[in-house]
Design a protein around this ligand. Structure first.
Ligand SMILES: Cc1ncc(COP(=O)(O)O)c(C=O)c1O
Length: 384
């Protein structure tokens, strides 16, 4: 590398360090909810394993059997020879689950969003997004070289004003916002998009499995019809306890993605064994409302106890409960104290969240025990 490029990189790293914004990977051993860090067991409130399915014996067993049947990986991109009956079976189950005509399995949620927007948008398309959408949805509009506009978070007047002057726009929103836990006002968005002939894309990465009696996500939560939303994106890395993602939509959109979406075409298919595991997760998500009830009880318990102890919470009613502390340094210090007490909570700082809104992102799971929920509140209350 040229010395100037080296100096520039070093400078950027030093600036991030000075702003207490350096991210640090911690190497864990063991399963998501109760891993060990440096040989010490901790309770993980920094995982999106909302239903505890990552370590569910039935999911693990399906995975194991899938490996025995297909081997470790897909061996090729889907359009070459990587598409197996395990993928097809999962896609059929997802279409049924979402109530959409067809579904497509993809390697990650990040890529799913890239695929959707690059397929549906051209350079002339206005892509109108909530300002706090996940980075992958915002990046997707940039990759598509579309005309990206960001409306104020949840501001339906701002959205309506923008779609009114951009006929044929794509409107994209997270269902549950990943760093805030609040929800998009989906019924109003459906109305606005219908009125303006806009296409609504819903990224429900944190909604599927968690919201709705059947785990059908934001659409079920609000009592909407599946086809009120043109395109839905879900991920397997959160409530489903695995990895990968899906897009569900009508046949035309899915076929166009298969033909044209470069992040789908030019990448190795999801391992078929993982598809088998995710088909099992999907069945559990649909059939077992019990874990959703346990999750709800943990969310309510956390909120009740935290508020009673003066821990500042937001209005979120989902498993994502941010505790906003403001300065990066403070967020890092509180996270360190929580860890010392045996609780792993992520300190989320800019640029992931707006400047001055660094936070502890407490993520609750059905797999947390009541004493663990109480324990994390005790340490938070002592720090804040
Ligand atoms: C709202 C949202 N969309 C998409 C993604 C990306 O999904 P994946 O981790 O499967 O790439 C995430 C988180 O990772 C997310 O929170």
């Amino acid at each position: 590398m040229p010395p100037a490029a080296i100096a520039e990189l070093a400078q950027r790293l030093a600036e991030a360090d000075g702003a207490h914004a350096l991210r640090r990977r911690r190497t864990r051993a063991g399963t998501a909810l109760r891993p060990s860090l440096d040989g010490r067991q901790v309770v993980n409130f920094a995982t999106n394993d909302y239903l505890g399915l990552a370590a569910d014996p039935r999911v693990i067993d399906a995975y194991r059997q899938g490996v025995a049947c297909y081997g470790a990986g897909a061996g090729a991109a889907e359009l070459v020879s990587g598409h197996t009956d395990a993928h097809a079976e999962l896609e059929a189950a997802l279409a049924r689950f979402t109530g959409q005509p067809r579904a497509l399995v993809l390697s990650t949620g990040y890529m799913a969003n890239l695929c959707v927007v690059t397929t549906l948008a051209s350079r002339r398309t206005a892509v109108i997004e909530d300002r706090l959408n996940h980075a992958s949805m915002l990046d997707a509009a940039i990759l598509a070289r579309a005309r990206l506009q960001r409306y104020h978070h949840l501001d339906m007047v701002d959205l309506a004003t923008r779609v009114a002057v951009s006929p044929g726009a794509l409107v994209a929103t997270d269902g549950v916002f990943s760093m805030d836990g609040d929800m998009a006002p989906l019924p109003r968005m459906v109305e606005i998009c219908k009125g303006a002939d806009s296409t609504l894309i819903l990224d429900d990465a944190h909604g599927f499995g968690v919201l709705g009696a059947r785990g059908g996500g934001s659409i079920e939560h609000f009592g909407l019809k599946p086809r009120d939303v043109a395109v839905v994106v879900g991920t397997f890395g959160k409530a489903f306890g695995g990895a990968g993602a899906f897009v569900a939509a009508d046949d035309l959109v899915i076929e166009a993605m298969i033909q044209f979406a470069r992040p789908y075409i030019y990448t190795t298919a999801l391992p078929p064994a993982l598809c088998r595991a995710m088909t099992t997760s999907l069945r559990i998500v649909e059939d077992e409302a019990d874990s959703r009830r346990r999750l709800r009880a943990n969310i309510d318990r956390f909120r009740r106890r935290a508020l009673a102890r003066g821990v500042p919470l937001t209005e979120s009613c989902t498993p994502i409960q941010p505790v906003i502390v403001g300065e990066n340094r403070r967020a890092v210090a509180v996270a360190e104290r929580l860890l010392a007490g045996g609780y792993w909570v992520a300190a989320i700082r800019p640029p992931t969240v707006p400047a001055g809104s660094a936070r502890l992102r407490v993520a609750l799971s059905a797999g947390h025990a009541e004493e663990e929920v109480d324990g994390v509140v005790d340490v938070l209350a002592a720090c804040l």
